[in-house]
Design a protein. Structure first.
Length: 339
């Protein structure tokens, strides 16, 4: 028989260890290969690793433990060793908020040995961009001017970031009103995406991916600022007439706009008009509708672009953001989840 490092059994009655029943030979097995074949990949990719034991061990299962940076076990894989070697596949998954710098080893156990990888695995980082101006028109129906998308955009490490700079003219719009308008616009568009994520289509965990961290996902952020110069567009503030007259009807696109003060809806008007600057169409039949039909002229679900006072935003309202992400994702496409 052979022993791979075990001690001789003790004599139950005490004293010296009992002699072995038959001569013990030194174990002929030794750790051979233990390495990541794929040392870098995007989160959610299938990553190959391999191991071997020399000395002709019998075919048997090998237990592979993927190790976090701190040495704790992140995942366990059972592989089949045949002819002294095996190949295993791990669907890689970030293990901490520091996934961009984390370094992972693995160890495997078979034939009485535990062998640790000689190299490490790290995650590929998503591409990023500098700020760039998005200045695109999207044809509108009903004889309206195109939806003129105009704002800055940047792909950051964990999100798509939009920036919109507005210059005010016309009637006085106090600092308090500016803060209120800025907050309402940002809250509607940012909160509207808070339960969604851009997720890698190639992630092998699919749309139900439970990865806690952002390595296979990206978020969205819109910032609105009032400026004295360098604006994307100028908004002319018009004082609404006193009741019972109707409030001034606001309008807005990348060429400029008007804001009624107060607006028709404190909750939704300015956020709706900002939607046009982000490339969105009206979703009511008499408005600047979408001739492609992506945004229906009679929306079955009330939302920011269809119904006064409603701030609901749907996946289609972030399709331009998704396109910007995919245009800069180095051929690694994303989709919006939940679908």
């Amino acid at each position: 028989m052979c022993s791979c490092g075990g001690e001789q059994p003790a004599n139950p009655s005490g004293g010296n260890p009992a002699p072995p029943a038959q001569p013990t030979q030194k174990c002929p097995y030794r750790c051979g290969t233990a390495r990541w074949v794929d040392v870098k990949a995007y989160c959610g990719d299938l990553v190959m690793l391999e191991g071997s034991i020399t000395g002709g061990p019998p075919d048997q299962p090998a237990t592979v433990e993927v190790l976090r940076t701190d040495g704790t076990v992140a995942d366990t894989i059972v592989a089949q060793m045949s002819g002294g070697s095996f190949v295993a596949v791990w669907t890689c998954k970030a293990q901490s908020a520091n996934w961009r710098t984390d370094r992972h080893r693995f160890r495997f156990t078979a034939a009485g040995l535990t062998c640790t990888s000689t190299n490490e695995f790290t995650f590929r980082k998503r591409p990023t961009t500098n700020w760039e101006l998005k200045n695109v028109t999207h044809a509108s129906g009903n004889g309206f001017a195109p939806a003129h998308e105009k704002h800055d955009a940047r792909l950051e490490a964990d999100r798509v970031h939009y920036g919109l700079k507005l210059r005010l003219s016309g009637a006085t719009f106090s600092a308090a009103k500016q803060t209120n308008a800025k907050t309402r616009i940002q809250d509607v568009w940012n909160n509207g995406f808070s339960s969604k994520k851009f997720h890698r289509k190639n992630c092998k965990r699919g749309q139900a991916c439970d990865c806690t961290f952002d390595c296979c996902k990206a978020g969205f952020r819109l910032d609105v600022n009032f400026v004295a110069s360098g604006q994307h567009l100028t908004v002319n503030v018009v004082t609404s007439p006193p009741p019972p007259a109707a409030r001034h009807r606001s309008s807005m696109n990348g060429d400029g706009g008007e804001w009624g003060d107060p607006p028709i809806s404190e909750v939704s008007t300015y956020a709706h008009e900002t939607g046009h600057v982000l490339g969105q169409h009206d979703e009511y039949s008499t408005g600047a509708t979408d001739p492609t039909g992506v945004q229906p002229a009679n929306a079955p679900t009330a939302n920011l672009m269809s119904t006064t006072g409603n701030t609901t935003l749907l996946n289609r309202h972030y399709r331009r953001v998704l396109k910007f992400l995919n245009d800069n994702a180095a051929g690694d496409p994303y989709e919006i989840v939940p679908p």
